[in-house]
Design a protein around this ligand. Structure first.
Ligand code: ADP
Ligand code: TRP
Length: 324
């Protein structure tokens, strides 16, 4: 069967280890086994939360560089900016009209803001209906597999519901996509909550060695003294370490915990592994960011490749709904 993968990252803030292990790394691995892959910068998603144009522009550049430095091959994939493909917004409206409001009421991001807030203060309509824009991103290209972090599972379920609803009303049109989730639990940030640009608790993917070390040293732990045996479960340092280490190294780290490793030494071990893994990405990033126009050139080539696909499919969709 044709296997088309697609994923996007919102262009707010700096790319971080959660984005890398939740989306970038598994997507690039999956791309090697798939017939087609679509990677895009979800810039229209970012304005839901960010009203600072410079932040959006610089995040577009950094998230694009994160993909390119992590090994994305633009010749064998589609790499583009959401805002360059206007048909996505057109499809988003069409999908709005087949989506029950009740479905959006249940979205986690909305529900979290709504708690103790009967007036919907701080909720814009973009935030409320954002799972529909995400569905349009995915359904526009009939993707079959969507690699994302566990926090996005609900949005994928909504996308499936919306696609099924459209197909039911207007006849078979959309593939029903599947989420591909790599880790059951989100990558924790330095405070133990899900690592997220919104929580200001990230370890950046693209930074120098000193900044990486500083972020790792800030990871919150309990206050057990050196020499006291420690529990590796529910430990932020350990949960980050397993993403970088081999099975054998993980077993050895468990023994270190049982033998009372100090938090300083545990963090240094994490730093050494992280630094070793991230070094080639960092070196590539320092090189690519010096190449003027590189990101824009890649994205404008990508838009040229992607637009014809979107134009052709939106015509099919328009004719299904009686607007052609
Ligand atoms: P953020 O939450 O920092 O705004 P995004 O929402 O742009 O990040 O996420 C882009 C991709 O990275 C999504 O697939 C998302 O599931 C994944 N991702 C983000 N944070 C994490 C995390 N802490 N653990 C695993 N995956 C994550
Ligand atoms: N909503 C995703 C996030 O914040 C980003 C995103 C937008 C996305 N459109 C997508 C991910 C389509 C996968 C497929 O994490």
């Amino acid at each position: 069967m044709k296997n088309r993968i697609l994923t996007g990252i919102t262009t707010s803030g700096t790319p971080h280890l959660g984005n890398y292990f939740g989306a970038i790394k598994p997507s690039l691995e999956l791309a090697k086994k798939s017939s087609d892959s679509f990677f895009f910068l979800a810039d229209y998603h970012s304005i839901i939360k960010v009203n600072n144009p410079q932040e959006v522009t610089s995040s577009i550049e950094n998230i694009a560089l994160a993909w390119l430095s992590s090994g994305l091959d633009t010749k064998n994939s589609y790499f583009y900016k959401q805002s360059d493909i206007r048909e996505i917004l057109e499809l988003s409206w069409v999908l709005h009209c087949v989506t029950a409001k009740g479905l959006m009421n249940r979205a986690h991001a909305y529900k979290a803001l709504k708690e103790n807030n009967s007036d919907d203060k701080g909720v814009n309509m973009g935030l409320f209906s954002y799972p529909i824009l995400m569905s349009a991103d995915i359904l526009m290209f009939n993707s079959t597999h969507v690699p994302v972090g566990p926090d996005q599972l609900q949005h994928l379920e909504m996308t499936r519901d919306i696609a099924l609803r459209f197909n039911h009303i207007f006849g078979d049109t959309f593939e029903i996509p599947e989420a591909v989730i790599n880790n059951d639990d989100p990558i924790p940030g330095i405070d133990g909550r899900k690592m997220s640009k919104s929580y200001n608790n990230v370890i950046p993917l693209l930074c120098d060695e000193k900044t990486l070390k500083k972020s790792i040293m800030k990871i919150v732990t309990n206050s057990l003294e050196p020499g006291v045996p420690k529990d590796h479960t529910n430990c932020n340092v350990f949960s980050l370490y397993i993403n970088f280490a081999s099975d054998q190294e993980i077993e050895e780290f468990k023994d270190d915990y049982a033998n009372g490793i100090s938090w300083g030494d545990a963090k240094n071990k994490l730093f050494d592994k992280a630094n070793e893994t991230l070094l080639p990405i960092r070196e590539k990033y320092f090189d690519l960011r010096e190449q003027k126009d590189l990101v824009n050139d890649h994205l404008s080539d990508g838009a040229k490749k992607v637009r014809p696909l979107a134009r052709e499919f939106i015509e099919v969709i328009r004719s299904k709904i009686g607007i052609s």
